[in-house]
Design a protein around this ligand. Structure first.
Ligand SMILES: [Zn+2]
Ligand SMILES: [Zn+2]
Length: 294
């Protein structure tokens, strides 16, 4: 059991294919619980690479219905069963995301029945799923670990949630996908770590046949630019800032860091990478064999 609070970046990407950044997914470990946030493309592989298994996840929270956050749901269920999962999944998501995952689950009902009958695995309960609607407020059943879901603004996708994650005096605020919004601002006040999505407008040129000026403006409108994120972190007095959900996933991260500095955030800055892990209360960052205090 992890003694403190650990936050692992499993996938720091977005819909564009990236070998470096898998689809959005993050793992929280605390109080003997493992909570998975989102299940983007590659989540099962990233869990294993990080030394975990889908079989051991206590709760999956999906923040909103965008495909990049839930596309690997069924793969996660089946791969976890093959790892020996022997208890039902607990899955929480806002209603539209829940409907999508129920539909994924239903689409494979015949496939699942064939597997159960033919593969003769010791236990089929690992394939069962308990779907619960995610609403504002504290998630029940996590012991000392407090996860508080708050509404963010990712319209027209709604509802969409951010999460405040706390254990024994350490508090992480996870933005989810959102434009700048007062609820995020309130939640982030004085947190130990603000984990923010970022849309790097300076690195999103217009490309004929891929995206027009209108596309860039539309996508930017429901995300946050580096300047917005930096100013948010500075205003709220976040003790550290981490960036994830990088758009574009192939971003120049040094240039991104310079933009954050130029926009007025001077505290500890972490540009998230897949498989990077942060630990409290030690305030250690571990990645790729290196460990740093932040
Ligand atoms: Zn997203
Ligand atoms: Zn989204």
């Amino acid at each position: 059991m992890t003694p403190g609070l650990a936050f692992t970046f499993l996938g720091t990407g977005a819909p564009p294919v990236s070998l470096r950044r898998a689809g959005p997914s993050h793992l929280v470990e605390a109080a003997g619980r493992k909570v998975l946030i989102d299940c983007g493309s590659g989540v099962s592989q990233r869990l294993v690479a990080a030394g975990h298994r889908g079989a051991d996840i206590d709760l999956l929270i999906v923040t909103h219905e965008h495909s990049d956050h839930l596309v690997d749901f069924y793969q996660l269920v089946v791969s976890s069963w093959h790892q020996g999962r022997a208890r039902p999944w607990r899955v929480m998501a806002p209603a539209p995301a829940l409907a999508n995952m129920r539909a994924q689950y239903e689409a494979f009902a015949r496939e699942r029945a064939l597997r159960i009958a033919f593969e003769k695995r010791p236990d089929a309960t690992g394939l069962d799923v308990q779907f619960e609607e995610l609403r504002e407020g504290v998630v029940a059943g996590l012991g000392e670990l407090a996860i508080d879901a708050f509404l963010v603004d990712h319209k027209p996708v709604e509802p969409a949630f951010g999460l405040a994650i706390a254990l024994a005096g350490s508090r992480i605020v996870f933005s989810g996908d959102t434009r700048l919004t007062p609820s995020l601002e309130r939640a982030a006040k004085g947190c130990d770590l603000l984990v923010c999505e970022v849309f790097i407008d300076s690195q999103m040129p217009i490309v004929a046949g891929v995206r027009s000026a209108q596309t860039v403006a539309a996508v930017q409108a429901y995300h946050m630019t580096p300047a917005v994120v930096a100013q948010l972190a500075a205003r709220t007095g976040a003790r550290a800032l981490a960036l994830t959900h990088l758009v574009p996933p192939a971003a120049d991260t040094a240039a991104l860091a310079r933009e954050i500095r130029a926009a007025g955030y001077a505290g500890p800055l972490i540009v998230g990478e897949d498989l990077m892990r942060l630990d409290w209360p030690e305030r250690l960052l571990s990645w790729n064999g290196a460990t740093l205090a932040f």
